[in-house]
Design a protein around this ligand. Structure first.
Ligand SMILES: Nc1nc2c(ncn2[C@@H]2O[C@H](COP(=O)(O)OP(=O)(O)OP(=O)(O)O)[C@@H](O)[C@H]2O)c(=O)[nH]1
Length: 390
């Protein structure tokens, strides 16, 4: 066989590399397309197909668990992807966790109504319990006043009747009329874009990962943007969440400009025609002006490509009143449209839900009730109140 000129060989290899890197975004298929292709029998078995990932511009690289692209991400079969739990059963399943940590409150409520006549001391204890749950002084006073009046006017002596009234009044505080739906649908040519923000360690990355699972369970096509370029492990963590359910992740180098990675994520989402792009951002103290300005910039840069349809602020329920202060400041910078309250499983402080909603007019849309992959649930006022009263 004739020897190939090393210069020509170099040119050929260079051209192939250029071609492969240049079409990185193009070859990265989303979960829905992967499943469609699987149905048509186009996907190869374990290890088959092209190498995964690729770069798009200078912002981010797409990594995907699509077995056709990234054999290392699994055994190469789409049907090995996890099937997340459907959202509608989640809060019901997690009810015991919610009830468990709110036992003191529910016991207090039941004590209150079990004795027939309620003395001043019992009312005081009950009030203290509500304040301790972070309901806040205003809503607590309002609730106790309403209960006292109704018990008197309606002549409540029976425990069941009293329980019904308690349920009604608690439900009114939590407000079942608020629109808690996520803006996670495509509009025209654009995917929905959800930015997830909050202070350090509240559970943002975990929430993005869990939320991707909620959407996958609803058959949505999702793409993750790892714009937390500050914490080295955050992009890996996010990519792992995504790969378990076949959702691609766009990431940049450690320390890269978060706005650029966020932009590239949305650009990839537009090109891949996904339903929704979920953008994780770095934790930042609400008191640090520079970091808050950076967050504003991330949002503005994304919006050069597509509108941000939802900004979810993640609040750790165990941080109590501080969550309210955070919410006020984040709202000013990025117009928060929904709250995710995490770590409610380890806290009897669900009362913060009422305070945040009242003060900011922003509904709690999701609650985190554990570290398991499906321990994030759409918030439902009735299920929540029933869990407290369980
Ligand atoms: N118990 C419990 N733990 C949670 C919940 N949500 C998140 N966590 C845990 O909180 C810790 C922090 O979560 P991350 O998602 O890394 O937090 P983050 O906000 O992205 O962190 P930074 O990027 O450093 O700001 C992890 O150990 C999570 O498992 C929840 O609802 N319940």
């Amino acid at each position: 066989m004739a020897a190939v000129d090393p210069v020509i060989l170099g040119i050929i290899i260079g051209a192939v590399v250029l071609l492969l890197t240049g079409i990185g975004i193009g070859v990265a298929v989303s979960r829905r397309r992967a499943l469609e292709r699987q149905r048509r029998g186009e996907l190869s078995g374990p290890g088959g197909g092209a190498a995964g990932g690729g770069r798009d511009g200078d912002g981010g690289a797409v990594a995907t668990a699509d077995p056709d692209l990234d054999p290392g991400a699994g055994s190469g079969q789409v049907d090995l992807l996890e099937r997340p739990e459907a959202p509608r059963t989640r809060l019901r399943r997690l009810r015991e966790r919610l009830a468990g940590h709110n036992n003191a409150l529910s016991r207090g409520l039941l004590n209150l109504i079990s004795g027939g006549t309620i003395d001043e001391e019992t009312w005081d204890d009950f009030e203290a319990m509500l304040i301790a749950s972070d309901l806040g002084v205003g809503p607590t006073t309002e609730l106790v006043d309403r209960l006292r009046t109704r018990f008197k006017v309606e002549g409540i002596t029976d425990g069941e009747q009293a329980r019904r009234i308690l349920r009604e009044e608690l439900l009114a505080l939590v407000d079942p009329t608020l629109d808690r739906g996520l803006a996670d649908r495509r509009t025209g040519e654009d995917p929905a874009v959800i930015m997830v923000v909050g202070v350090n360690g509240t559970g943002k990355t975990t929430t993005v990962g869990k939320l991707a699972r909620v959407m996958v369970a609803e058959d949505r096509d999702v793409l993750l943007g790892a714009a937390d370029t500050f914490r080295a492990a955050a992009a890996d963590q996010l990519e792992t969440w995504g790969s378990r359910v076949g959702v691609p992740t766009v990431r940049g180098a450690e320390g890269a400009d978060p706005a650029s990675v966020a932009y590239e994520s949305v650009k990839a989402g537009v090109e891949l025609e996904v339903d929704c792009v979920l953008v994780d951002t770095a934790g930042r103290l609400h008191t640090k002006t520079g970091l808050m300005d950076e967050l504003g910039k991330v949002k503005r840069v994304i919006e050069k490509k597509a509108p941000v349809t939802e900004v979810l602020l993640v609040i750790d329920a165990t941080t109590g009143q501080n969550g309210l202060i955070q919410a006020r400041i984040f709202r000013e910078v990025v117009n928060v449209t929904g709250i995710v309250l995490t770590k409610l499983d380890g806290s009897a402080k669900g009362g913060i839900i009422v305070q945040v909603q009242r003060e900011l007019g922003v509904p709690v849309k999701l609650v985190g009730l554990g570290e398991g992959p499906d321990d994030l649930a759409p918030f439902d006022a009735e299920e929540f109140v029933d869990a407290i009263l369980a």
